[in-house]
Design a protein around this ligand. Sequence first.
Ligand code: SF4
Length: 216
Amino acid sequence: MTRKERYEGITGWFQANMPEAKSELDYMNGYELLVAVILSAQCTDKRVNMVTPAFFKRFPDAVSLAGADFDEVLRLISSISFPNNKARHLIGMARMLTERFGGIIPEDVETMQQLPGVGRKTANVVASIIYRKPVIAVDTHVFRVARRIGLSDGKTVEAVEADLTAGFPERLRADAHHWLILHGRYVCTARKPKCDGCGISAYCREHKKAGPADRP
Ligand code: SF4
């Protein structure tokens, strides 16, 4: 099977079976999404969703967060991984957003990365969701799943992102990001992928290579 056929096969399956794929983070607007994505680095969406209601009640917008007291922010996000760094980043992000960008999250992913705590992955996630930019954020799930299926042989996040960007049509890239994340989170898990119940196994390179006893 060619790589093009794999892309077409899994695209067809996900469009039929996961047409409404979206982020599992809870948010009401771009500001809330940006905060939630910053908090979600090396932390589960479930844990972030437990913290953000109280956080957004106290800091409903970038202006209020820009003037926040560090210790108060830290207290509110103390159950999240790396709370010290993230508290510093959140306040810094809100200050830059209000002072330099007039409170508007930049559409351009390169510009968005000037905000503290916003790396390429975070910028791609936010831009693809709130601006429907045709970019694909590669997190640990996307990286693993793309290489297992055979959508990419890239050895770096940048190389996998480039292959996925070339492989999925522009209008489907935002959806493809969610498809691969959710598939990696619930089916093609890191330690024990559920190959026997996997809907895209017919298009998966690893599934074809391995026998039932030694599938990844
Ligand atoms: S067949 Fe197995 S390795 Fe391939 S995508 Fe499905 S769960 Fe992952």
